[in-house]
Design a protein around this ligand. Structure first.
Ligand SMILES: Cc1cc2nc3c(=O)[nH]c(=O)nc-3n(C[C@H](O)[C@H](O)[C@H](O)COP(=O)(O)OP(=O)(O)OC[C@H]3O[C@@H](n4cnc5c(N)ncnc54)[C@H](O)[C@@H]3O)c2cc1C
Length: 455
């Protein structure tokens, strides 16, 4: 007698990559591969890649990161499906086509990310698919550390004290036995995403180059971080921000590795700023647009000054150098991010949102939490405990670029000037060099700012 015993169907899972584009310490991927046959997917979200001013630098980096991820998955037997469309609809569509009973994803916290995950949650509930959200974007997930009163830490230092002493999650490892699903189905790609896949390369995105850069920087340069991190021309910081933004490297893995090198406390502290801002955004997602703390500003409107700022033609050499670096490289040193942002908000009294949006258009590492809350920190509408702090662009230049080397690199018309004159060239020298006069008088502007804030 033959018994007709049906083989149990394998559980099928869909791993949806978002900004966790790596296979090392990827909790969502590891969980997905545990006992389930896993299909891997990335969706070009139509609404993020269209728009009149798409962030080209970031998109190039994303493209490289996806190519690298596809190769990494291939090396362990998997494949990366790339589709495009409305994000949640497309994820559901793929999940249904491969008969997934579960979807695994890294949790994320901006208004946009939260909305699309909520949409997906609703779709999954209606289609009897389990949606599992995992950590992985930060070192300590938002909400894990809560203050005694209130729902988020509003000041960095108390958060840092808790964070550094908290027990961090264990790094995720891939299970020993893994099974990937493969599909012949061609998922449609919009023209925008096809264009995107054919744009030129950033030359360095992805987990492979991110890990190399991380290892090299930790072993060669991290011990000088404390003494050199504030000096723009030394360019000695890690340049890992874009890799962290897209999750090409794991922030947890980076922090743990960094701790095994000497003199890295300050570097690990900087990594904590990411988590700090993210835990704020998780509770106050509107802080990406609205003032976290309202200071009753009625911002000035001055299109000409805004253009001068964007073009690096304010007549303040350090400000101009920073703005020109941003345009040329899609990167700016942290010190000059602070100086240029302070100049826009405090000297020109222009809305931090217009500055933040210009940064987001150009930065390869453009990140809603770090950028918008970084801007608000400078503007004094955010988490800074000293909202009236003003950075004097000339004093900052003398202090952090004493030799003028950073200015000479990015403002070539001033490259022949000595350290004595380069920070604030006299009028006659400006005219000889073809360099503009200052568009505002710093001291008058500061006075005006203080009066406006006191209203
Ligand atoms: C106005 C303004 C806008 C900013 N916009 C962004 C942004 O869009 N994306 C972004 O990643 N960072 C932003 N920062 C923070 C910081 O300037 C960059 O993270 C840093 O310059 C990146 O260079 P790095 O990787 O060499 O940094 P490192 O000094 O090597 O620091 C290591 C990592 O720590 C994190 N980090 C360092 N400083 C900060 C900080 N102040 N806030 C949050 N995280 C930090 C970053 O992930 C960085 O890669 C902004 C800062 C300001 C003042």
């Amino acid at each position: 007698m033959t018994m007709n015993v049906q083989e149990p169907k394998p559980r099928i899972s869909l791993m949806v990559f978002t900004r966790d584009l790596r296979i090392t310490d990827n909790p969502a991927l590891s969980a997905s591969l545990k006992n389930t046959k896993t299909y891997c997917l990335f969706v070009f979200d139509d609404s993020l890649i269209s728009g009149s001013r798409p962030p080209l630098n970031r998109l190039k980096f994303l493209k490289d990161s996806l190519q690298d991820l596809a190769l990494s998955l291939k090396s362990i037997g998997g494949e990366l499906i790339i589709a495009s469309g409305k994000w949640a609809d497309t994820v559901l569509d793929v999940a249904k086509k491969i008969h997934a009973s579960e979807i695994n994803i890294a949790d994320d916290y901006s208004t946009y990310a939260t909305n699309r995950i909520t949409n997906l949650e609703n779709y999954c509930a209606a289609n009897k698919i389990t949606l599992n959200k995992h950590p992985g974007i930060s070192i300590v997930e938002p909400g894990v550390l809560a203050p005694t009163a209130g729902s988020e830490y509003k000041i960095f230092t108390p958060y840092f004290r808790k964070w550094i002493n908290a027990s961090w999650r264990r790094q995720a490892v891939l299970p020993k036995t893994i099974e990937f699903g493969k599909t012949d189905h061609q998922f449609s790609l919009s023209q925008k995403s096809k264009d995107l896949l054919s744009i030129s390369s950033s030359g360095y995105g992805g987990e492979t180059s991110g890990s190399e850069k991380m290892n090299q920087w930790l072993s060669r340069s991290s011990n000088a971080y404390n003494s050199t991190k504030d000096v723009p021309y030394l360019d000695s910081t890690s340049h890992l921000s874009a890799f962290l933004h897209f999750g090409c490297i794991s922030p947890l893995n980076l922090a743990i590795q960094a701790q095994s090198f000497p003199e890295t406390e300050n570097f690990v502290r900087q990594l904590c700023w990411r988590d700090f801002f993210l835990q704020i955004l998780a509770v106050r997602p509107d802080a990406s647009i609205n003032d976290y703390r309202n200071r009753n500003d009625i911002w000035a409107k001055d299109p000409e000054s805004f253009i001068a700022w964007k073009e690096g033609k304010t007549g303040f050499p350090l400000v101009d150098a920073g703005m020109r670096q941003l345009k040329a490289e899609g990167f700016m040193h942290n010190r000059t991010r602070m100086v240029t942002a302070s100049f826009l908000v405090k000297d020109l009294y222009l809305d931090w949102r217009v500055g933040a949006s210009h940064f987001m258009e150009h930065l390869i590492d453009g990140d809603i939490a770090n950028n918008q809350l970084g801007w608000q920190w400078v503007a004094g509408t955010g988490t800074d405990s000293n909202p009236h702090r003003i950075l004097n662009p000339i004093r900052q230049s003398e202090r952090f670029d004493p030799s003028g080397s950073y200015i000479q690199k990015w403002v070539p018309e001033l490259s022949g000037l000595t350290p004595k004159t380069i920070h604030d060239p006299p009028l006659v020298i400006r005219q000889q060099c073809g360099y503009p006069e200052q568009i505002v008088n710093h001291h008058d502007a500061v006075e005006l700012f203080r009066n406006r804030r006191a209203r």
